[in-house]
Design a protein. Structure first.
Length: 206
C-alpha cells in the first residue's frame, strides 16, 4: 500500500472513531410530560354539604318545599321503594305537594357520607318517624310510624350536588335500645318511599 492510500484509510478510520466516541446529543424533540398530580378532593366540604341536604328533608316534608325537591333531585333520579316499586322526580314532587303525610316528629339518624371522588358521594342513615300518618288516595289513613334505613347516591352536576339514586327498607328488628314503636307498622305495600324527599310517603298500591 502506497503512502497516499495508507493516509486515506487512516483518515477514514480516524473519522469513524471520532464519530462513534462523541456523546449522544440530547433529545430536543421529545415532549415534556409533566408528572401527574393527585386529584384534590375536599372530603370534609363534600360531607358537610351532603349532610346539610339530608338533614334538611324533615323541614322540606313538613313545609312541603317542592322547590327544594326540584333543586336537589336530578331529573333522571331513580328511586326504589321498600315495596319494590320504582319512581322518580315527578313522584317525589307529587308526594310532597299532596301534604297527605303528617307526623309528630321525623328524625334523621346515623348519617354517614362516603366520598367517592370530587363528583360522587354515597350517604346512608335512618329515618325515625313518630306518630306518622299517611292518607291514601282512597281516603284510608295508615300508620307509617317506625324507622327506615336508606342509601342515597349523589353526583355533582354543573357544580351542584344532585340526588341520582335512592333506596330504603323498613327496619324490622331495631337494634338494642330501640323502642317497640321503632319497627314500621305499615304493611310492605304501604311502606315509605325511598328518596329523602318522599321516603315517608307510602306507595299507593293497595
Amino acid at each position: 500500500m502506497n503512502r497516499k492510500a495508507f493516509l486515506a484509510v487512516f483518515s477514514l478510520v480516524f473519522l469513524m472513531c471520532m464519530t462513534s466516541c462523541q456523546p449522544a446529543a440530547p433529545e430536543t424533540n421529545r415532549s415534556a410530560v409533566p408528572a401527574s398530580t393527585p386529584e384534590t378532593v375536599d372530603t370534609a366540604g363534600i360531607q358537610a354539604e351532603i349532610l346539610r341536604i339530608e338533614n334538611d328533608w324533615p323541614r322540606v316534608i313538613r313545609e312541603k318545599d317542592v322547590a327544594a325537591v326540584r333543586r336537589v333531585n336530578a331529573d333522571d333520579v331513580v328511586v326504589v321503594y321498600p315495596d319494590g316499586s320504582t319512581g322518580g322526580k315527578a313522584q317525589d314532587i307529587a308526594d310532597i305537594e299532596s301534604g297527605a303525610m303528617t307526623a309528630e316528629s321525623m328524625e334523621m339518624a346515623d348519617l354517614k357520607v362516603n366520598v367517592i371522588d370530587k363528583d360522587a358521594a354515597v350517604a346512608t342513615g335512618r329515618v325515625i318517624i313518630k306518630n306518622g300518618k299517611f292518607k291514601m288516595p282512597d281516603g284510608k289513613t295508615i300508620d307509617i310510624s317506625g324507622q327506615y334505613r336508606f342509601v342515597d347516591t349523589f353526583a355533582r352536576r354543573n357544580n351542584e350536588w344532585k340526588l341520582v339514586a335512592g333506596a330504603s327498607v323498613p327496619v324490622r328488628q331495631p337494634g338494642p335500645g330501640a323502642s317497640p314503636a321503632a319497627s314500621p307498622k305499615a304493611s310492605p305495600a304501604a311502606s315509605p318511599k325511598a328518596s329523602p324527599a318522599a321516603r315517608v310517603s307510602p306507595s299507593p298500591t293497595p
